[in-house]
Write a protein that binds this ligand. Structure first.
Ligand code: BDR
Ligand code: CA
Length: 308
């Protein structure tokens, strides 16, 4: 997993690290919701909460691929990325390698088998492709939480946060030869968690109680936007799609690129959905799967898993 551990990333890490159907080999961390040091600390802490200190955590990029200044999202995830619940005294035991080194090492050790689920800005993946373009050929699957194909963005009218933070990195990832499964706002905004879910988590063990604690802040943010104490379940849904915990219902294979201009659509994912049922010739090079609908029911299973 490649993570910028804010609140929904934490739920995704709990899901991946607690599921018996997923072999979580490592977490690489990136800037995005918060700075990369705090992202690494939060990631290691969440793995500790899950009882999975065996999963190595590597620190990655501190800012965008093009060298511009990093902008974080404290209003959404809190200044610590965990809604004020991060243990700031927690001293993480980080891996003795960078995120790029971990990605390349795991891709060689598990050639043809490694699957990447990236749920933050795609800076680490872009740098890893630059360091070794052969990476794309060694990976079985890449799934990202990012983009908005039919629905509006959540940072600007066109752009979703993970792509908006680093459009150039995202474009680098879509240009590589690997097929990317795109789990964007089209489906993640429809994957909802509410106060009933939070109560069930709060009645659970350490992981459940921690998830309930941090969701309190996330619900507060969404309440300010929508008037309702509930939230989207962005990053865990990407884990679920990427690792087969939920099946997709509508997921056409299309060409995707990112608007990297500096106009009003900067960071927008442009998925060519026009010919998805028509087999137009220009679809021949299309390889990315844009998820537009998934089977319902994953959220309840996720709550059970984390609360257990
Ligand atoms: C994405 O942006 C971040 O705030 C979340 O962690 C998620 O990965 C949603 O747009
Ligand atoms: Ca994220």
């Amino acid at each position: 997993m490649d993570v910028d551990t804010g609140i929904d990333d934490a739920l995704a890490i709990l899901t991946a690290s607690l599921s018996s159907e997923i072999e979580l080999l490592g977490c690489t961390t990136t800037w995005g919701n918060i700075d990369v040091d705090q992202a690494a600390r939060n990631t290691a802490y969440v793995l500790d909460v899950a009882g999975r200190v065996d999963v190595p955590v590597a620190k990655g990029a501190a800012g965008p691929y093009d060298g511009s200044v990093a902008e974080f999202s404290p209003e959404v995830h809190g200044a610590d990325g965990q809604g004020g619940k991060a243990d700031l005294a927690f001293a993480p035991a980080l891996a003795d390698e960078t995120a790029v080194e971990m990605l390349l090492r795991l891709s060689r050790a598990h050639e043809g088998e490694l699957e990447i689920v990236a749920v933050g800005p795609l800076t680490n993946l872009a740098h890893a492709l630059d360091a070794d373009p052969g990476l794309a050929g060694r990976i079985r699957a890449v799934t990202i939480m990012g983009g908005a194909s039919f629905v509006p963005g959540n940072v600007t009218p066109g752009a979703e946060a993970n792509i908006w933070h680093d459009p150039e990195a995202a474009q680098r990832v879509f240009e590589a030869s690997w097929p990317v499964t795109v789990v964007g706002l089209d489906v993640t905004m429809r994957s909802r968690l509410d106060e009933d879910d939070r109560s069930r988590l709060a009645a659970g063990g350490r992981a459940g109680r921690y998830a309930a604690d941090i969701l309190d802040y996330y619900f507060g943010f969404y309440e300010g936007v929508t008037g309702e104490r509930s939230s989207a379940n962005h990053d865990a849904l990407a884990v679920a799609v990427g690792c087969g915990l939920v099946s997709t219902v509508v997921a056409p294979v299309v060409h995707v690129e990112v608007d990297t201009t500096h106009g009003p659509n900067r960071g927008r994912t442009v998925a060519d959905l026009r010919g998805m049922w028509r087999g137009w010739p220009e679809m021949a090079g299309a390889r990315h799967r844009v998820v537009l609908e998934v089977e319902p029911g994953f959220e309840a299973r996720m709550i059970d898993l984390i609360a257990a």
